[in-house]
Structure formats: structure tokens, C-alpha cells
Design a protein around this ligand. Sequence first.
Ligand code: HPA
Length: 280
Amino acid sequence: MSAAGATPYGVAAAARAADAVRERLGVRAPACAIVLGSGLGDLAHDIADARRVPFAEVPGFPTATVVGHAGALIAGTLGGREVVALAGRFHMYEGHDAALAGFPVRVVHALGARTLFVSNAAGGIRRTFAPGDLMLIADHLNMMFRNPLIGPLQAGDVRFPDMSDPYDAGLRAILRRVAAEQGIRLQEGVYAGGLGPTYETPAETRMLERLGADATGMSTVPEVVVARAIGMRVAGVSCITNMACGIATHPLSHDEVLEVGREAGTRFRALVTGFVRALD
Ligand code: HPA
């Protein structure tokens, strides 16, 4: 590779990281890679025959810092299918580049995953949402105004990725069907990803509402952008842990976000397990 292509979070670094952990994880051909958002990490307990590598031992990964993120790469089976899960993620509000926020997606791709399921905690903007709701992500707004693909073109990347179907229509249909079968209420809407770490002001929530956002959070967008650039199919679910500031009637706290995430966790676990089982 040319020197210009050797970015710290590019395809070559991802291949090195994958090579370093592949045997420890015993990964062969994962049907799906799963990113576990704040408060949603309990799904990791449902992964059978789990092998874990702490993020700190993955070459190229810094240590995750946010409370509620265990920070490990986990391989095993879920719903009878081989999966690899990222329990924890790198947020830009921790000071990380967008390219690092998207880097774990390159690593799971190098481990063989071609389908990505992302999850996050988010504040509800659409007035008919309620805390504890799960929202199928139909599309996103990149309110981070950063892009993980900026820089030298990586081998295998598309320079100008099409984003007309960022969240795969077929995968969304599977999620709707699984939710209906299991009696899980599944909202659907547009996720706005901001930088954080502040929650929105009431004026910002009104702005996002007018721009077409149904929920708002501080993650996910860089991961999905990288996934689309390398040709992965993506599906995602937000857990509405609170109504966004200005709609909520009380100040927001991270503890509340984690608590509601855990309460919704049972439905989330059933939905994701059913989704993975139904993948072709
Ligand atoms: N805003 C931004 N990020 C969030 C929120 C919110 O209201 N809730 C959980 N993550």
C-alpha cells in the first residue's frame, strides 16, 4: 500500500487487528456483526459459547471509557447463528476521530461479517414515542458534520458511496416481521447523530424535529457510513431511553438512559435474536 493510504484506522490496520484476534475468537463466517449501544450490553449474555477479547487487547483500539460499555469483542452463536459482537464503541465525544469511531466496523468486516446490526440509546423527538420504545432506524441525519471516510481512499472502499439505502430495506422488513411475531412494539424513524457530549438544548431539539429527525443520539453514523462504503448491509435499532430535552419535562441524566435501556433490554434481546435467526 502507498504511504498515503496508510491511515491508522484504514483497511490495512483492520486486517492486522482481525489477524491478531481471529484465532482467540475462533471466528469463521459470522452471519452478522452486532454493535451494542449504551445500556443494551446485556445481549452479550445471550451469546452462546462466547469467546471475548477486551478492546484494550485489539491492536489499534483505544480503551473504551463510557460507563455501561464493557469494551470487548465477543464471538459466539446467537439464535443458532455465528455472530461477532462489539460490546462498546468509540464515540467522537471521547475525542476520537470519525475514522476511529468507524474502525471497529472495518475489523468485523475483516473477520468476515457482511451484515451489520447497530444499536444505540437515543432521545425521542417524535411526540408519539415514549421512553422504552424501540425504533427501527429508517435513515439518519449526520449532524456530526464529520465523515470517517475523509482521507486517502482505502483499498476496497467506494470513494463516493451511495447512501440511498443506508439501512437495508430487506433487513428492515425482517425486523418488522420478527417484532410483529413476538408482539414487540417497533417504532420506525430517522436517527440524528450529533457529536455530544451535551444533550440537546430545547432549541436544538426543535431544529432536529423540523429537519425530520425522530430520535437523537451521539453515535452510530460513522459506523454506518464505513459499513456502506465497504459494501456491508446495515440494520439498526434505537432504544428510546428518554424524550429529548425540550420535550421531556425533567433534566436528563446518563443513569436514566442506562436504566431505561436495561428495562427495554428484554424486548431488544428477543428482537435481535429473532433477527439473526431469520437472516439468510
Ligand atoms: N440526546 C442525545 N443522545 C442521547 C439521548 C438524548 O436525549 N438519550 C440517549 N442518548
